[in-house]
Design a protein around this ligand. Structure first.
Ligand code: ATP
Ligand code: LTN
Length: 337
């Protein structure tokens, strides 16, 4: 048989998580876990988007700690830092630089339609800053700098991906094919894990501690949080997100962790009480997180190793980002020397 010498070029994948608090089970099931599933098929960049975190007021010491912790967690989840570019956004200046240019190609009207902006400005009415408003533009710059084909995110980021595609398309239609138009990758199940204290709202790391399970929570904390999770006053384990959001959220988590469906879990537990559902969910989560937690503890102890990785990878990211930015500068007519 004739051998093909054709080298199949891998496509590019980019995603980011904000170091704005403890990484939650929602972040893990909606995003991180899919990074691990996808990373071998793509050239990947996984970013600690620390500049995005500044859109809400951060305690400087906590921001530093959370940034190192998130980088270590990427590795602990199984992303090899030799094969994937794991780095901090603020270490690569091109993100902010392209962000400025793209601000000039984004309309106030489209930004004011973003539901994340509306939600966050309601929650933080004392600090509705311009960064919160232009957040999606910086996110578009993250993605477009690396000629990204695929962006794995939770369902809450779909609208931001759409605006990114619109900005890229608008730019390309004026200057030619400068940017790859990215596609979102949103998991079918677990794309939107809900808060344990208010299952009608998304689980979020910047909310109160009892509303989320953190990936690094100790087993007894995980069990306690699930035990207190809000359900309803019936006693039937049934998957019905509309009418039974709390129970359905627990079933979704259990199914996502076990690789089954919420309906299958509901029928396996039918006839049992909510206590059994909570215990089964807590147990499955504790078991799934244990190996990640153990690996994390090894990595976070060795700051020299972690810093060396972040430095080398920021250089790799910079080399790619620099090429795209130069091209953009040239196309739009900035004087080059
Ligand atoms: P914050 O509360 O600080 O806004 P967050 O918890 O919403 O943070 P991000 O850093 O904004 O998390 O998101 C990181 C990734 O996790 C994104 O891909 C996002 O879509 C995903 N994600 C966040 N929350 C959930 C959730 N509850 N269910 C599924 N995916 C989620
Ligand atoms: N906006 C995202 C985090 C984020 C991101 C990105 C995700 C910033 N830049 C680029 C994917 C690709 C969030 O709030 N979850």
């Amino acid at each position: 048989m004739e051998q093909s010498n054709e080298v199949i070029q891998k496509k590019n994948l980019f995603s980011g998580i904000q170091p704005s608090g403890n990484i939650t089970l929602g972040n893990y099931l909606g995003a991180l876990r899919n990074f691990v599933l996808l990373h071998e098929q793509y050239n990947c960049l996984f970013c600690v988007v620390d500049l995005h975190a500044l859109t809400l007021r951060q305690d400087p010491a906590a921001l530093r700690r959370n940034s190192a912790s998130l980088a270590a967690l990427y590795i602990a989840c199984g992303l090899d830092p030799e094969k994937n570019i794991i780095y901090c956004q603020s270490h690569v200046p091109e993100h902010a630089e392209l962000g400025w240019i793209l601000n000039c190609f984004t309309y106030m009207g489209e930004l004011s339609r973003m539901t994340q902006f509306k939600d966050k400005s309601q929650k933080h009415a004392d600090n509705i800053n311009a960064g919160l408003f232009t957040y999606p533009v910086l996110m578009a710059s993250d993605i477009l700098l690396y000629q990204t084909h695929v962006v794995p995110v939770g369902a809450d980021q779909k609208q931001h991906l759409e605006i990114c595609r619109d900005i890229a398309g608008r730019f390309n239609s004026i200057y030619g094919d400068v940017f790859v138009i990215p596609e979102p990758y949103i998991p079918k199940t677990s794309a939107r894990i809900m808060s344990l204290s208010d299952p009608t709202r998304k689980m979020s790391k910047s909310d109160a501690e009892d509303s989320y399970v953190a990936v690094l929570d100790a087993p007894d904390a995980i069990r306690r949080k699930f035990k207190r999770a809000v359900t309803d006053s019936e006693a039937e384990i049934r998957y019905d997100p509309e009418n039974k959001p709390g129970v359905s959220n627990l079933l979704s988590i259990l199914a996502a962790v076990k690789g089954t469906t919420p309906e299958e879990e509901a029928s396996a537990l039918s006839g049992l009480g909510y206590g059994a559902l909570k215990e089964a969910t807590a147990q499955a989560v504790v078991e799934a997180l244990a190996p990640i937690q153990a690996r994390y503890q090894e990595i976070i102890k060795d700051k020299d190793y972690l810093n060396a990785i972040l430095k080398t990878n920021a250089e790799k990211a910079h080399a790619i980002a620099f090429r795209t930015l130069r091209k953009v500068y040239k196309k739009i007519g900035l004087y080059q020397i």
